[in-house]
Write a protein that binds this ligand. Structure first.
Ligand SMILES: *Cc1c(COP(=O)(O)O)cnc(C)c1O
Length: 415
């Protein structure tokens, strides 16, 4: 294919996607409205940007941010802190906050995200939940659906303290979990075991639909996400949130800080403005990311690549996978994404060992914030079938530049 034909293909794809893009715009509108209403209701003022230092007592802006997130996500309460150093840390705090020795943790979406292996004790670690005698079991998905009969049987036979649902695919090949599927499984779980806490790893899923799992109409008890993904809007320079039932948020707050002090401490320093501004930009960043991913999938489908989700699938997260079946193509594509990123465009990423991951991983992250994946980014473990996990883009145009050029370099390489 020559460049003229390729450019024509790209513009035809964009034209074909207009109806889908319009739906994404409507979604962005609804989520923007939610954010704006929450800011107004909590009377967010310039003085809320003034953070605290030291213990962080009386941090009015921080306390309002917790309420803004709860309001936007539809939960009773939330804790949003830069003291969470990553999404994995927030998930860890949540699990350790909710589980006690001899309790049972059950994942109903198969094996959780790689970085949780040592947290749970799937991979031995003297600081794992397992080392505190907290038991773990999992029920795999069947064709990307919850195995509801198996879940029901398991709950009848065992007392489960926490059920974990991971929505996004992580480094697996399955699809992400839509809100409708969660609603169905939650109703079944609550019928049999109402006291079981349903916890959601919501990384990459916020604002992709118009409702979040902790909304009372869906019924999950608590959920966790990172601020260097969707809700940070590319502006929050670190941190994570946990949102859900008030009693549970108190437990995790006391695990993050100190029993008896919980969410009352934790200086925001100068993060309040960043976190608020990030949330303000998040609906637009998620919308740009989705459009970039959908354009990627359609172009690659037309070029006979294997992608997931497809351009017409309903999406639950901002991740796009491309299966290369070839390590060199995977490496080449990720290096191209880096080349068309804003920061470190002249770096050439190579596969490396990473803490928490069992295979070597190659990552393109030419982002303003280290490791941010709401900005255009692409990564993949060096293992068969050599899948690239592409996500993010703060604007559609920057995303388009990166993917259109990277795909062009990929197909040129093949000739
Ligand atoms: C990103 C992600 C996490 C947490 O990752 P961090 O890099 O620690 O922020 C957890 N679960 C899923 C599904 C993720 O996508």
């Amino acid at each position: 294919m020559n460049k003229i034909k390729y450019d024509k293909l790209v513009s035809e794809c964009e034209k074909e996607l207009q109806p889908i893009f319009q739906k994404i715009d409507e979604q962005e509108y609804q989520n923007s409205l939610k954010v704006l209403n929450a800011f107004k209701e909590l009377n967010i003022s310039e003085s809320d940007f003034n953070g605290t230092t030291g213990y962080g007592y009386g941090d009015i802006g921080r306390d309002k941010i917790d309420k803004v997130f709860a309001k936007v996500l539809g939960s009773e309460d939330a804790i949003v802190r830069s003291q969470f150093i990553s999404g994995t840390h927030a998930l860890t705090v949540c699990l350790f906050g909710l589980l006690r020795p001899n309790d049972l943790l059950l994942s109903i979406t198969g094996k959780p995200y790689d970085t949780l292996d040592e947290v749970i004790g799937i991979k031995e670690n003297p600081s794992s939940l397992k080392s505190f005698n907290i038991k773990y079991d999992q029920i795999d998905l069947i064709n990307d659906n919850f195995d509801i009969p198996q879940i029901i049987k398991y709950l009848k036979d065992n007392k489960v303290k926490v059920i974990e649902i991971q929505r996004s695919r992580g480094y697996s090949t399955r699809n992400s979990i839509t809100i409708d599927k969660i609603k169905t499984v939650v109703a079944e779980i609550k019928k049999i075991s109402p006291e079981t806490i349903i916890m959601v790893d919501n990384c990459y899923c916020e604002f992709v639909s118009d409702i979040e799992p902790v909304n009372s109409s869906i019924g999950c008890d608590i959920m966790v996400g990172s601020l260097i993904k969707n809700l940070g809007g590319g502006i929050a320079s670190n941190g994570a949130y946990i949102a859900g039932r008030k009693d549970l948020i108190n437990l995790v707050a006391e695990r993050l800080t100190v029993p008896g002090q919980g969410a009352e401490v934790g200086p925001s320093q100068n993060m309040n403005k960043e976190i608020l501004s990030g949330l303000y930009h998040a609906p637009s960043a998620v919308s740009s990311s989705l459009k970039t991913m959908i354009l990627t999938s359609l172009i690659l489908e037309k070029l006979n690549y294997k992608v997931s989700p497809s351009s017409s699938d309903i999406r639950a997260d901002i991740v796009q996978t491309i299966t290369f079946n070839d390590p060199n193509k995977l490496i080449k594509f990720i290096q191209s994404i880096q080349k068309y990123s804003a920061i470190n465009a002249n770096f050439k990423p190579i596969p490396e060992d990473m803490p928490g991951y069992s295979d070597q991983v190659i990552m393109a992250s030419g982002s303003f914030i280290q490791g941010s994946s709401i900005e255009i980014s692409c990564d993949g473990p060096l293992r068969f079938p050599y899948i690239a996990y592409l996500q993010g883009s703060l604007t559609y145009q920057y995303g388009k530049i990166a993917i259109v050029n990277s795909i062009w370099e990929l197909i040129n390489e093949e000739r």
